[in-house]
Design a protein around this ligand. Structure first.
Ligand code: PMM
Length: 300
């Protein structure tokens, strides 16, 4: 399957990287309130410097977002999201980076694409903004559809499932169908189980353990486990029960990256690029049958 962005053939430098191993997407949160790095990169100049540092570490893509999706977060107005994200996308794209924009808003996605973003990462899978799927149909760029049940403010109350894997696969299938109906080319679609989004730690572990059920949807899979609280809980202090602090979850994140890669993930989205890049390189060299993803989307 290909994702035909007009005028950009497969091997064009603007196409996404294709390193023969799972891609590593570095996170640049231009937010005052993200759980893992809120406020650290809120200033645009610092966000750009951080994005460049991630590229230096070897990130294949940098994912720029201006809205925190931590449970309970309040949405910024669209103007504010644009103000946060656009200067950072512009500078990183101008520096030659493969930039992904993490947004649920069609207007933000459209403006970021105009400035050179190459991928749209929509955690709502097209549910938050009715303009998103038509935009993706017109733009024909790689588009991440994540499993989502509602905005951060009330999402944890929606974490009720029969069998979480069956339910998530079924709901992702509906979003794929909606995207195809809107005219998004099938080769542009990437799917993501949405770890932590209306999910308990048990739900996240079940989804990771059966990741192949997500790849069976027939699209490349992106996994975003980095530093999330289910890892903090797993690694809680044995005596006090206190969650492992956010900044001390990168080894566990790299372990998830290894196992997700071995199950055929196309891309892992992480804060600490260096550790995960080493980990996926080892996995690819190990030669597990799927450490080189079977499904390569898109322009690649
Ligand atoms: N998680 C967060 C934000 N964006 N995008 C995708 N595709 N998948 C995710 O799991 C995901 C995401 C929240 O994590 P952060 O605050 O560390 O960015």
């Amino acid at each position: 399957m290909t994702c035909p962005r007009p005028g950009i053939p497969d091997r064009h430098p603007e196409a996404l990287p294709r390193p023969g191993r799972p891609l590593v997407m570095g996170i640049v949160n231009v937010t005052p309130d993200s759980f893992s790095d809120g406020r650290r990169w809120f200033d645009p100049a610092r966000a750009v410097a951080h994005g460049l540092a991630l590229l230096e570490e070897g990130a294949d893509l940098v994912d720029v977002g201006g809205e925190s999706t931590r449970p309970g977060a309040v949405r910024p107005p669209a103007e504010e999201e644009l103000r946060r994200v656009l200067p950072v996308v512009r500078e990183l794209a101008a520096a030659g980076a493969a930039v992904s924009v993490d947004t649920m808003r069609a207007e933000v996605a459209a403006r970021a694409l105009d400035l050179g973003a190459r991928l749209v990462n929509d955690v709502s899978g097209g549910l938050a903004d009715p303009g998103m799927l038509p935009l993706m149909a017109r733009s024909a760029v790689p588009y991440v559809i994540m499993h989502w049940r509602g905005h951060a403010a009330g999402m944890q109350a929606k974490a009720g499932y029969g069998d979480v894997v069956t339910d998530v696969v079924g709901e992702l299938r509906l979003r794929i169908e909606a995207a195809l109906e809107a005219g998004v080319p099938p080769g542009c679609l990437i799917v993501d189980p949405g770890l932590g989004f209306a999910k308990s730690p048990e739900h996240n572990w079940a989804l990771l353990g059966r990741l192949r059920a997500i790849s069976a949807l027939g699209h490349p899979v992106l996994v975003g486990a980095a530093r999330k609280s289910f890892l903090g809980r797993l690694l809680a202090h044995p005596a006090t029960g206190e969650e492992r602090p956010v900044g001390m979850r990168d080894a566990a994140t790299a372990a998830v990256s290894v196992l997700a890669s071995a199950q055929g993930a196309w891309c892992v989205r992480v804060h600490d690029v260096a550790s995960t890049l080493d980990a996926v390189r080892v996995t690819a060299r190990w030669g597990t049958e799927s450490a080189v993803p079977a499904q390569q989307p898109v322009l690649l």
